[in-house]
Design a protein around this ligand. Structure first.
Ligand SMILES: *Cc1c(COP(=O)(O)O)cnc(C)c1O
Length: 385
């Protein structure tokens, strides 16, 4: 059996080596390392793939979130509602801009932001909601858009984990994750579903004015050379990363399909094991992963374990050569940097429980049947004692 990895970037590279190497070599040959033609090409190809009017590449996903908030003109003291159960980048940029983060609980089934909790958290100072499409499927965007409309709020999608996923509206129309709210932000960190060979990120919007504003912000607030109209940042996707991403973009749907098929095999193996709760598909897909599934791109395959010592399970799997992750072990509202006396433990029952129960299994495009069988058999054996 091949050594099991949480993410197998080498196996994926072997398959696209020639295209990627040639593309990188071309960038080096023509030395347009910053804002070269390859960045523009990738931008255009990603716009077409997502069906969005504007993609603005930038240096990483955290910057993408920050720049989106700057572009919307959010001001110190404005309250921004986001999920308690996510990676810290989301809340970090809110705090960095001197906005006020307001963390709310998530759903116990799909781990995404809880609609009722958003409603409860709205005050006259609320200016934006940041749903995080956690682990690869969209938050309940229709409900979020409705709340945003009623209270005149911006919706900023943290799409770092769900690139390529579709969101299906009640009337059956679909849109790509990250293109639904006012603005979306994504990350091309190497382990993300569309990963570069270094850092990278992008901002998506259908709003022409916002796109223009953001294009200036990523480049020192310049709309005309050496004229600085707004305070900006230096946040660029470099041409070598664009070359890698542009070579991988045509493969993204296939990569996501490979993840879904791995998830389907995991699900099948865990069927009937009461102590294991497999991922819930919440966007119209029902309980099973069908062959045309487009609602979940499984950035992570995350189980909940009931009446099982989760940490002992993690230790056991590691000892058996099976890497796994706990995303996330501590609710953001309990992190030193983000505690706030306004928070009440009773407002976070789901996150407080999830941090004890979740475990994410190896998930990437190169997992084979033998590995999946070994992983699932090892887990089931541990649980059955
Ligand atoms: C990865 C990630 C980010 C940050 O992306 P970077 O490119 O690492 O800065 C933000 N939000 C979520 C939910 C992420 O998973």
């Amino acid at each position: 059996m091949k050594k099991i990895q949480m993410v197998d970037l080498k196996g994926q590279y072997n398959d696209i080596k020639d295209v990627v190497n040639t593309s990188i070599e071309n960038v080096i040959e023509n030395t347009a390392f910053i804002n070269g033609p390859k960045v523009h090409e990738f931008q255009k190809n990603l716009e077409a793939y997502l069906g969005v009017k504007h993609v603005i590449p930038c240096a990483n996903g955290t910057d993408a979130l920050q720049i989106a908030m700057m572009g919307l003109g959010l001001k110190p003291g404005d309250e921004v509602i986001t999920a308690d159960f996510t990676f810290a980048a989301t809340v970090e940029v809110i705090a960095l801009l001197n906005l006020t983060p307001v963390l709310v609980d998530v759903n116990k089934d799909d781990f995404n932001i809880d609609i009722e909790a958003i409603k409860k958290a709205i005050t006259p100072k609320t200016k934006a909601i940041v749903p995080v499409h956690l682990f690869g499927q969209c938050a309940n965007m229709e409900a979020i858009l409705e709340i945003a409309k009623a209270h005149n709020l911006f919706v900023i999608e943290d799409n770092a984990q769900a690139i390529g996923a579709n969101y299906t509206y009640k009337n059956g129309t679909k849109a790509k994750a990250g293109t639904i709210g006012n603005v979306g932000a994504t990350s091309f960190f190497p382990s993300k579903n569309l990963g570069a060979y270094g850092d990278g990120g992008a901002i998506f919007t259908n709003d022409d004015d916002l796109a223009h504003t953001i294009r200036g912000i990523v480049n020192h607030g310049m709309y005309e050379r050496y004229h600085h109209d707004v305070v900006g940042v230096n946040s660029r996707l470099d041409s070598i990363q664009a070359a890698v991403l542009d070579a991988k973009l045509p493969k993204l749907d296939g990569y996501n399909k490979a993840r879904q098929m791995a998830a389907k095999k995991y699900n099948a193996a865990f069927k009937g094991i009461d102590a294991i709760i497999t991922p819930h598909l919440s966007n119209g897909c029902g309980e099973t992963i069908c062959d045309t599934c487009d609602c979940h791109v499984f950035h992570q395959y995350t189980l909940k374990v009931k009446d099982v010592d989760r940490d002992a399970l993690v230790k056991h799997l590691n000892e058996q050569g099976i890497p796994c992750g706990v995303y996330y072990p501590i609710p953001l509202h309990k992190q030193k940097a983000y505690t706030d006396e306004r928070y009440n433990e009773a407002d976070f029952p789901v996150t407080n429980q999830l941090v004890k129960e979740v475990i994410s299994l190896p998930m990437h495009t190169e997992l084979d049947d033998e590995q999946i069988e070994f992983i699932t058999a090892t887990i089931i054996k541990f649980i059955n004692g």
